[in-house]
Design a protein around this ligand. Structure first.
Ligand SMILES: [Zn+2]
Length: 266
């Protein structure tokens, strides 16, 4: 019998292990913090030896980018994101900060400056369209940006534990998930016969229903309505709503144009 798996180079396996260990350390520490536990013994997971590149610390500290200062608030975070998208649109992407030095630096801690909820669409890779590198963004993706407990919890993690001052909900042009939901509702039936896909249709359906009879492109309207509805739901989170009200968190609605690469704030 043929071996079904493709051999993975040893250095790739080491990298995967290193990333997993670093992530585990971060998550464990964050979980302890979430529970109000100050006992460092519960959160201390050594990552020494997890990355052994022989490189020195990163060329810039986490949370800064290419000489830019750490963002102080949500407005500055949004400016930095949109500047990155402008570079992407103009095909003037900076060297994505994903070199060895940066990788080593963020393995010891992270200070991302924005949490972004986007779609799983292969044409909308979040870090690329905002021209950001390792450690810069907390990215949560689901088809159509549909919320469930895990998605919402992941967003709350980015905000409450990783302290990003900005949350962006990003819809996009010709979203297949919203399109499939429209078709399912038009046919007055779910098309998938799987619980998971039916959940998506049920979750995205309110946006489709909300735009019935509105002028303009129906799918574009549905995507943008879904972004707004998603933000409304997220504001009901006991983490997100109060932080927005206190001014510590900025929420933004955005729409990515496949045709141009541009992100438009809604
Ligand atoms: Zn989509």
């Amino acid at each position: 019998m043929n071996e079904p798996t493709t051999p993975v180079p040893a250095h790739s396996r080491r990298r995967v292990l290193a990333v997993a260990l670093a992530a585990a350390a971060q998550a464990t520490f964050a979980t302890a913090a979430l529970a109000g536990c100050a006992d460092s013994t519960t959160g201390t997971v050594s990552t020494s030896g997890a990355v052994d590149t022989g490189e020195a610390e990163g060329t810039r500290p986490p949370g800064t980018s290419f000489g830019s200062p750490v963002v102080a608030n949500g407005n500055q975070a949004l400016e930095r994101l949109m500047a990155g998208n402008a570079r992407f649109v103009a095909a003037q992407d900076q060297d994505l900060d994903e070199g060895i030095a940066r990788r080593v630096a963020v393995s010891k801690g992270q200070h991302p400056f924005a949490t972004i909820l986007g779609c799983v669409d292969s044409r909308v890779p979040i870090e690329l369209v905002f021209d950001q590198g390792l450690g810069d963004l907390v990215v949560v993706r689901s088809a159509g940006g549909a919320l469930d407990q895990s998605v919402t919890g992941s967003i709350e993690f980015g905000i409450a534990e990783l302290h990003t001052p900005l949350l962006v909900v990003l819809g996009h042009q010709r979203c297949g998930a919203l399109d499939a939901t429209m078709k399912a509702l038009d046919a007055e039936q779910r098309t998938s016969h799987t619980k998971g896909l039916d959940y998506l249709v049920d979750t995205l359906a309110p946006a489709v229903r909300q735009v019935v009879g509105k002028p303009g492109d129906r799918l574009t309207n549905a995507v943008q309505a879904n972004v707004a509805l998603t933000l409304t739901k997220l504001r009901q989170s006991s983490v997100i709503g109060p932080m927005e009200k206190s001014g510590k968190l900025k929420l933004a609605a955005a729409y990515y144009e496949l045709d141009t690469g541009r992100v438009v704030l809604l």
